[in-house]
Design a protein around this ligand. Structure first.
Ligand code: ADP
Ligand code: SF4
Ligand code: MG
Length: 360
């Protein structure tokens, strides 16, 4: 198979066109429209600390977040701010230090092996590096079929093969790909294979952690559109994690902005991008390198300077204060909570909390 030929032949919007005229094929219920208040993932007071208890790395340090059923929630923030740790905690790949994560009403901490296995089928990860999920020594067909074997789905070899071919078709690859090996595919194609494998067990929730970060820019859009199309067509819930705000706003219904272990702003993607309410979000938007009228307003904000402080030494009060162009005298002493700043839109900044203790 010629490298990239499939990527280039299958263009933007591939994921949506796959299902046109054929209906939903992974056994999910009616396609949902990415809205609604039906919460699939509910995170409350989540802390994930690493290292010594006296001086831990506060990777996630008090996060409240809902992911609604059938939406794409983009999680964005600079490298090291705790996005992957939060994504891992949602799949219970790391243990929380405190707080709770509920998947469809079931609290994940304390689940036994059997229940955890069921969770592993319903909630899956698409990794940055598809090699992480594709064994280079196994045929693509065997790798894609592995979740079917693990979860005892599509019992016999013929049924499994049919399902693998269906999954390959879903991600825009020919059935013959099943008999090939991962090294025969381009980066974009391998990511398609990783997605096919992730979808094998008909998950409800897909966590895509920097899933396009290692791809060429031209291929990134195709894979993002594939993910977005699958999310819509199959009624999946997608937590799309990326350090790249341009990518996040491209695919997301809602956006959550993370800084140093906290979510500092959440809202409808269009709202967060066109009318950001947290100085950090404004600074992130100002750093997006492409000219775009929507972000022009944000460009009036100074570009973010300095590095993210160490998560072992989180600044007192508002943790963004050491880099915030709007910081004022209360910021070192008052830790702002998320407050309403618009319909379905919250931000954690004292400029929006005039009656917080310590503020005049
Ligand atoms: N297993 C671990 N042990 C110790 N520190 C970790 C571990 N995993 C992540 N960290 C630290 O936690 C912080 C957040 O990391 P991460 O969640 O990977 O951020 P992001 O995905 O936003 O780049 C970083 O300072 C990172 O070094
Ligand atoms: S609370 Fe203060 S330091 Fe924090 S973002 Fe708002 S203005 Fe900036
Ligand atoms: Mg990460």
């Amino acid at each position: 198979m010629a490298d990239r030929s499939v990527d280039q032949g299958r263009g933007v919007g591939q994921g949506r066109s796959v299902d046109e005229g054929r209906g939903v094929r992974l056994g999910h219920e009616e396609v949902r429209d990415g809205g609604g208040d039906d919460v699939l993932v509910r995170v409350r007071g989540l802390q994930v600390h690493f290292g010594p208890r006296r001086r831990p790395v506060r990777a996630v340090d008090g996060v409240d977040l809902d992911v609604r059923r059938g939406e794409t929630l983009g999680l964005v923030g600079e490298s090291g701010c705790g996005k992957s740790t939060l994504g891992n905690a949602v799949l219970r790949l790391v243990e929380p230090t405190a707080g709770t994560v509920e998947l469809d009403g079931t609290e994940l901490t304390g689940l036994g092996r059997r229940e955890l296995r069921a969770v592993r089928r319903r909630a899956v990860m698409v990794f940055q590096d598809p090699y992480a999920s594709l064994d280079p020594r196994r045929s693509v067909g065997d790798s894609v079929a592995e979740p079917l074997v693990v979860h005892r789905l599509h019992g016999g070899p013929a049924s499994r093969r049919a399902r693998v071919e269906e999954l390959l078709d879903l991600v825009g690859l020919p059935a013959s790909a099943a008999d090939r090996y991962p090294h025969e595919f381009s980066g974009g194609q391998r990511q398609r294979l990783g997605i096919a494998r992730a979808l094998a067990g008909e998950p409800d929730l897909v966590v895509a952690d920097e899933a396009v970060a290692s791809l060429d820019v031209s291929i990134q859009a195709q894979v993002m559109n594939l993910l977005r199309g699958l999310q819509r067509d199959l009624g999946l819930t997608l937590l799309f994690i990326s350090h790249d705000l341009a990518a996040v706003r491209h695919v997301s219904d809602r956006v959550a902005v993370m800084y140093l272990g906290r979510v500092v702003e959440v809202g409808p993607a269009q709202q967060v991008v066109s009318d950001p309410q947290h100085p950090y979000t404004r600074a992130l938007l100002a750093a997006v390198p492409r000219p775009d009228p929507v972000t022009e307003r944000a460009r009036t904000a100074p570009v973010l300077s300095g590095d993210v402080p160490s998560p072992t030494d989180v600044p007192s009060g508002c943790r963004f204060r050491t880099r915030c162009p709007s910081a004022f005298d209360a910021c070192p002493t008052v830790d702002p909570a998320l407050v309403d700043v618009g319909p379905g839109h919250t931000a954690a900044c004292l400029l929006h909390t005039p009656h917080a203790p310590g503020l005049a």
